[in-house]
Write a protein that binds this ligand. Structure first.
Ligand SMILES: [Zn+2]
Length: 259
């Protein structure tokens, strides 16, 4: 809502009020998304959600395009123009969930205890709902977006982003900032300001077999194992509250062979 001030138009509602007034609409949209189940391993199911979202974003004036994928659902990109041609802000998210098709039969989408429940509600269909309604809010407030905004919703985040990684990286390099709409931290809704990285390695190790929990020192007789141990010492950083560490875990080497 706007009112004439004589000099310039000023919005009469504050941002939080805007969203509170639209709470039912936001919940309805998230609910519709949750009820289109979209596990990473079902190309067809994620495709259905992609089609639904393409319609939603089109109605907001976004230019929709799909990046074709072979084994997973097609990745959805939506571009919105702004009132200038500055570098875009990229809003990043994913459409896939960890819940198989049919989960809704036992975990229905429902409002209870002041919260919205259902498979994928938190991670991260609510985030997609926020993207939709944040863009709508900016349009309602400014008429057009203050700068270009690109949205990328990938379909394989829960299974390692192998298919979408190059798209995310290419768009991120062209963007002024990337905002990831993953769920907030904890029940109080704290904003996450950093994420840890993930690395996967396959190591072939030869040496003396030893139990990883009982007598692992005996298994460090060979050169490779000592190097792994030193590497683990490097990544064994102190964690601050709220951070987790699961890198370099001892015991992840299996199948020692005696030589
Ligand atoms: Zn997620």
């Amino acid at each position: 809502m706007r009112k004439k001030t004589g000099i310039q138009e000023e919005p009469t509602t504050k941002p939080l009020e805007y969203f509170e007034e639209r709470r039912d609409d936001i919940v309805r949209d998230i609910r519709e998304m949750v009820e289109i189940e979209s596990p990473s391993d079902s190309k067809q199911a994620v495709g259905r959600l992609g089609k639904y979202l393409a319609g939603k974003f089109s109605r907001l004036g976004g230019q929709v395009q799909f990046h074709k994928a072979v084994e997973v659902g097609d990745h959805l990109q939506v571009n919105f123009g702004g009132k200038n041609d500055r570098k875009p802000v990229l809003l990043l998210g994913h459409m896939d969930t960890v819940y198989p098709v049919g989960t809704l039969a036992t975990m229905s989408c429902r409002v209870a205890d002041g919260r919205l429940w259902g498979p994928g509600t938190l991670d991260m269909k609510s985030g997609i709902g926020l993207i939709l309604h944040s863009i709508a809010a900016l349009q309602a407030r400014n008429g057009e977006l203050p700068r270009p905004v690109h949205v990328l919703l990938v379909s394989d985040e829960e299974v390692g982003s192998d298919s979408s990684r190059h798209i995310t990286e290419a768009l991120a390099r062209k963007s002024a900032a990337v905002l990831v709409l993953e769920p907030s931290y904890g029940l109080h809704g704290a904003v996450k300001t950093a994420r840890k990285g993930v690395g996967e390695y396959l190591l072939t190790v030869t040496g003396v077999a030893a139990h990883s929990g009982l007598d692992f020192e005996k298994g460090m007789a060979n050169r490779e194992d000592r190097r792994i141990y030193r590497h683990e010492a490097r990544v064994d950083v102190e964690c601050r509250p709220g951070e987790g560490r699961n890198a370099g875990q001892r015991g992840s080497c299996r199948g020692y062979r005696d030589h």
